[in-house]
Design a protein around this ligand. Structure first.
Ligand code: TA6
Length: 297
């Protein structure tokens, strides 16, 4: 049962820092505004929608055509893909948690003025019908002049399980054709556009068509060079062996009802994951944490 806005604000609001409102009826969102940054986080999906550090333009991108409705994934921000990344026959792409309601477990204004929001969900009959394991999933979002997302999976069952996962981050860019991603030079990737052919990256990743790549065995920072926007965005990570880089370009964009015409030019995804061969095995009683830290360089 989703608590009412009144209950959420009574229990978790922070004066002059965080309060809950409804993006649309039935979709509560934590609205965060401090001297360091502003952000918004939907309880559905544990979904960070926006983040804008003080003095900067928005860093996370959301489509003008995004759908905000119960049970619908939102096109933008940081969708949480779990317990699988990508397509699984007969099941929702990117897992089931991005369309389920998460609970608020705690809120805090820390000593440095950052807002810390703790969200979580665990297994129930509905999730076990989709994926027959007992789990607890917790996302800790730390909002300040940097943005950190820490996703912890706990295996609360009596048998091991294996997951793939992603913090599927959509970043604003002034023009995708003037955008590059550094940090992946010399690595291997599975190219979804070429039926997952194994390829080698040489130099920066640049964009001149649909780009959909799982870079495997990659733990280094990525740096987005936004030439048209005149800034760089750094993505540091822990507990992540894969990096996905995605832009749909023109033809794939046309197939997406929740992406407006031409929007592919204004965003790219650099995703902090464990995908493809980089699946994570978690023993009974074990845990794993995936962390992404985003900063404007
Ligand atoms: O991470 C890239 C990708 O797997 C693309 O293939 C594309 O499907 C994208 O995710 C968006 O997926 P979604 O289910 O959110 O439309």
């Amino acid at each position: 049962m989703t608590p009412t806005l009144n209950t959420l604000n009574t229990s978790f609001a922070i004066t002059n820092a965080l309060h809950f409102a409804e993006a649309v009826p039935g979709l509560p969102v934590a609205d965060i505004r401090t001297p360091l940054a502003s952000a918004s986080v939907a309880l559905q999906g544990g979904h960070v929608l926006t983040w804008q550090p003080a003095g900067q333009s928005p860093v996370l991108w959301v489509s003008k055509a995004a759908v905000f409705a119960p049970g619908q994934p939102v096109r933008g921000g940081v969708p949480v893909c779990w317990p699988w990344f990508g397509a699984v026959p007969g099941k929702a792409t990117h897992g089931f948690v991005r369309t389920r309601m998460w609970q608020v477990r705690g809120t805090e204004l820390d000593a440095t003025g950052q807002v810390v929001l703790r969200l979580g969900m665990s297994d129930d009959d509905a999730t076990r019908a989709l994926w027959d394991h007992a789990f607890d999933l917790e996302l800790v979002v730390t909002v300040g002049s940097t943005l950190t997302l820490a996703l912890t999976t706990r295996n609360t069952g009596s048998a091991p399980f294996t997951i793939t996962q992603a913090l599927h981050t959509y970043f604003c860019t002034g023009d995708i054709a003037q955008t590059a991603v550094q940090g992946l030079d010399g690595t291997s990737y599975l190219d979804k556009v070429q039926n997952f052919a194994v390829c080698q990256q040489t130099g920066d990743v640049t964009f001149s068509g649909e780009t959909d790549r799982i870079y495997t065995d990659t733990e280094a920072d990525s740096l987005i060079l936004d030439g048209a926007g005149g800034r760089s965005i750094r993505i540091s990570k822990q507990g992540s062996a894969s990096t996905v880089v995605w832009n749909p370009w023109t033809e794939k964009e046309k197939t997406m009802a929740d992406m407006a015409a031409g929007e592919h030019r204004q965003f790219l995804c650099v995703e902090t994951c464990n995908a493809g061969p980089d699946a994570v095995a978690i023993a009974a009683g074990g845990a794993h944490t995936l962390v992404a830290t985003i900063s404007v360089a």
